[in-house]
Design a protein around this ligand. Structure first.
Ligand code: AMP
Length: 177
């Protein structure tokens, strides 16, 4: 991706202080979602890391990871699998509990969403402490699928989430703050 596109993406993200609680600087991606050209560039930039790798499924994390994950899946000719917050998926699930930058959470994936040996990429909007991605990666690992790597639109490097994802394959992020 050109330095110009990266800079436009970076400056289009809106910083919202103290949301959803005091002390959190929330990265609001909705201005990027609303810009067709920028969003296309973001998806191409994120998918680029896996082009030619025969990806079977892209796993996206509830809720903004669905947007990036589904579009990356389309771009790569892969299927999409949602990892959802506890209690939202209708079929049989496996689940993992984890802690995040603010609070705790549980995520689940359908038991039959990934087959052993399927080639899988994890996608989410943002890597903060790495708790959410770590939980999703644990679900992928338990399924017996082959993890090709993870991709994030934004990485908050000062929270060192990347360290929590050691031994989880390549980690790509389009923008680092
Ligand atoms: P973590 O588990 O700490 O890596 O948090 C990552 C998840 O929480 C992502 O799915 C984000 O959507 C959300 N998140 C955490 N921190 C922020 C932030 N500062 N701005 C926007 N979203 C965030």
């Amino acid at each position: 991706m050109s330095p110009d596109s990266l800079e436009r993406l970076r400056s289009t993200i809106r910083d919202v202080p103290d949301f959803p609680q005091p002390g959190i600087l929330f990265k609001d991606i909705t201005p990027v979602l609303a810009d067709a050209e920028l969003m296309k560039a973001a998806i191409e930039g994120m998918a680029e890391n896996f082009v030619g790798q025969k990806v079977d499924k892209v796993v996206g994390i509830d809720a903004r990871g669905f947007i990036f994950g589904a579009l990356i899946a389309q771009h790569l000719g892969a299927g999409f699998v949602p990892v959802r917050k506890k209690g939202k998926l209708p079929w049989k699930t496996r689940g993992v509990d984890y802690s995040l930058e603010y609070g705790t959470n549980s995520v689940e994936m359908h038991l039959d969403a990934l087959a052993p040996g399927e080639r899988v990429v994890l996608a989410d909007d943002l890597l903060a402490t790495g708790g959410t991605a770590g939980a999703a990666l644990e679900l992928i690992r338990e399924s017996g699928a082959e993890l090709l790597g993870s991709v994030f639109f934004i990485e908050l490097a000062f929270l060192c989430g990347r360290e929590k994802l050691e031994n989880c394959g390549p980690i790509h992020s389009l923008l680092t703050f």
